[in-house]
Ligand binder design. Structure first.
Ligand SMILES: C[S@@+](CC[C@H](N)C(=O)[O-])C[C@H]1O[C@@H](n2cnc3c(N)ncnc32)[C@H](O)[C@@H]1O
Length: 271
């Protein structure tokens, strides 16, 4: 059972792929013999859509990974805490500004979820001291998620290994039969590339090259398949000349069949 529907977004996440699901679904595997691996998991739209039997989820954003771990292990406590956080602007700033380094995992997970659902535009930004510093956005998106959503997600996450890691480490763990979905931060200069969104700063072109090199190595094993969304920038296309590159149409999820402009994104795969 897939727990991600196109109209449900667990997290508001910069670069989230929920809107692309109907387009992507055509290119996703029907069966995965080994593990589903997602090295830049973010809001996990594709993972939840596929709801795989075995998965490895990773991201460099450790607050995000703690949120997944909190829901995996303590869905009820996360919900109870989330539920009792205050409504309104002053309540938001009170919770946002708490120093809670020693708070238990379930509390930190609930807080991250609360801030994500009530902050301005779902931004994910920290100051130099590492404190989340996005302003208040409102309550409208807070109750879109329910206790049941967290329980369903927890059941799915129990079948998954979740780790805070650089993509290189994650891609060292691939094996025959695995399927990898990759959605790295895009190349600087294009619309989606506001790197202030990402807690870990810039994803440089050197890292894009590192990623491409690793995916070439992985592709030597024909029983490992991967699919990636990336910028349509010529320098990215150049890195993947040996693979299949499709331009992703704009507006794909909203009006099926009406594609006018490019999205500035490509879909790249080794199959
Ligand atoms: C475009 S977002 C992924 C969005 C996701 N597909 C979704 O649907 O929400 C890219 C993610 O890569 C993570 N990231 C940035 N640099 C990374 C690195 N070197 N290794 C692993 N993850 C990284 C960011 O924290 C961010 O969560």
């Amino acid at each position: 059972m897939s727990i991600q529907k196109e109209n449900f977004r667990f997290l508001r996440y910069p670069g989230g792929k929920t809107k692309l699901l109907s387009y992507l679904s055509e290119f996703l595997p029907k069966n995965i013999e080994g593990k589903y691996i997602e090295p830049f998991v973010g809001g996990g739209a594709v993972y939840m859509f596929l709801s795989p039997e075995k998965a490895l989820l990773a991201d460099l954003n450790s607050d995000l990974i703690d949120l997944y771990r909190g829901i995996k292990n303590y869905p009820h406590k996360v919900w109870e805490t989330y539920y009792t956080f205050p409504a309104g602007k002053s309540g938001y700033y009170k919770i946002r500004n708490e120093k809670d380094i020693k708070a238990p995992l379930y509390y930190r997970a609930a807080k991250t979820l609360y801030l994500n659902r009530t902050c301005f535009k779902g931004m994910w930004r920290h100051n130099l001291q590492g404190d989340f510093n996005v302003g208040y956005g409102g309550e409208e998106r807070r109750w879109v998620i329910s206790h049941k959503n967290l329980i369903d997600l927890s059941k799915l996450l129990r079948k998954s290994e979740i780790t805070s890691a650089d993509f290189h480490k994650t891609l060292a763990n691939v094996a025959t039969g695995d399927f990898i979905f990759l959605d790295p931060p895009y190349k600087p200069g294009e619309k989606e590339m506001d790197h202030a969104h990402y807690i870990n700063g810039r994803f440089t072109f050197e890292e894009q090259k590192r990623l491409a090199d690793r995916l070439k190595e992985v592709s030597a094993n024909h029983d490992i398949k991967w699919l990636m969304t990336n910028s349509s920038h010529p320098s990215i296309r150049d890195l993947y000349q040996d693979f299949t590159i499709r331009t992703i149409p704009k507006g794909t999820s909203n009006i099926v069949g009406v594609f006018s402009e490019n999205s500035n994104e490509v879909l790249i795969s080794n199959y």
